[in-house]
Design a protein around this ligand. Sequence first.
Ligand SMILES: Cc1cc2nc3c(=O)[nH]c(=O)nc-3n(C[C@H](O)[C@H](O)[C@H](O)COP(=O)(O)OP(=O)(O)OC[C@H]3O[C@@H](n4cnc5c(N)ncnc54)[C@H](O)[C@@H]3O)c2cc1C
Length: 462
Amino acid sequence: MDHSDDDHPATPTDRDWHDDELGRWPDRADVVVIGAGLAGLTAAAAATRAGARAVVLDAHSGGGRAAVRRVALSGTSGAAVFNDGPRALYLGGPGHEVLRRLGIRPRGHKPPTRGSRVSLEGRIDDLPVGLASLGRSGVVPGRAKPTLVAALAALMAGRPASARPDEPASAWIRDQSRGRDDVAALVAALFRVATYTADLDQLSAAAAVPHVARSLRRGVLYLDGGFEQLLDSLRSVATGADAPVAVHRHVAVSRLEQTVDGGWEVQCRDGRTVRAGAVVVAAGGPAVAADLLDLPELVDRSGPPATAACLELAVAGPVPTRFVLGVDEPLYLSEHSPPADLAPDGVRVVHVARYGATGAVADRARLESLASAAGIDPGDVVARRFLRRMVVQTAIPSVDHGGLVGRPRVAVADRPGVFLAGDWVGPVGMLADASLASGEAAGSLAAMAVVGGAATVRSVVA
Ligand SMILES: Cc1cc2nc3c(=O)[nH]c(=O)nc-3n(C[C@H](O)[C@H](O)[C@H](O)COP(=O)(O)OP(=O)(O)OC[C@H]3O[C@@H](n4cnc5c(N)ncnc54)[C@H](O)[C@@H]3O)c2cc1C
């Protein structure tokens, strides 16, 4: 699963993942959760809060795509935290709301918008999102600026209500840009950075517009310690409950078999089994769930993945341009630390990415050249990782699949007691927002199925 071309040794963090030692192999549990990523740990936290005894099984070392790596810094004894690509928590989004309900307050910092730049035809210019930068920026000519202001106002004011699930985001952008390609290109760049989706012809406008609008209005947080902070917090909630959740890692589930009493036998690749009253499948994308449940239609009903090529840099020197958004190319560069705490004093962590990975050699060369254009001196780079193809979202809410409302539901028809969670499940949110929202609903419903009506399903995703 590691798609990296490492220049520096990177170690997955193993801190605090010692729950396997909490006890013996459980022959029986109220709820078995398959997958210890954001969705699975949220499901486990929600299930245990609702009074169920839950067990989490993960095929790998846990954390899934939210796990971080510690990377040694050349010439020092220090290390930086790399997130495996740029990560930001969407403030006020469905995921943030789930965390709040679980009593988790994410610690991090909003990136400053001052000094943000765009890259267009090889030039770096001001990103015209505020009044001052709009006046200065040469990205759109003066006569197009009123149209840009109107398009941004439509987005920020929440006119998204008009967007339909089968309307492509690209069509919505064209409408708001009133035939001006320069305005449309700039608005499309804002959609890409907020949704991580390069293919705006496939992305449902009804899914994307509220997400982009909220991220512009409320902003994002770069988390201290990276997304691992969320994993740690979710695990504290799950393992700190009256009936603590046990997490067993390096255990791959191979099959689910319904038992005569209406429960489920969870079969693992190493031959072990666990009996469960209910099961949450939070194992990444639709392909694994389809395989475990023998339901190939889960794949057919899901959109294509969103991928990215990512370059992560630790820089012991100045980063003259802290944020660059590609307008004519799907590119991104941002200094994540500072503001977040990911590296020792004096070292900066910079993420560079291409939305939609195309090929390792060309993507890497383009990302390195964007870093140079942002003023980063290669001699100052003390750690570097290139990740040639990361699956950012396992299935985008696509126009061909009915957008968010067309995604597979949390409760699986014909599989009573089985619930799905992940960034491809349920009608709420994109990316980690969807994993957290569907995880909360799946864990609550699974607990309800086993221990009765104490659980409250907050998100209407069943
Ligand atoms: C480069 C990149 C940038 C991103 N940036 C953002 C961002 O800025 N904001 C945002 O909101 N989201 C972002 N995301 C998306 C976010 O990280 C994911 O949506 C989220 O982490 C997915 O969590 P999950 O639990 O649904 O799935 P995963 O993290 O994929 O977890 C699935 C888990 O299931 C386990 N598993 C698989 N098969 C089995 C099996 N058979 N048995 C047992 N276990 C199994 C896996 O080992 C894994 O741990 C980004 C993702 C990437 C890759």
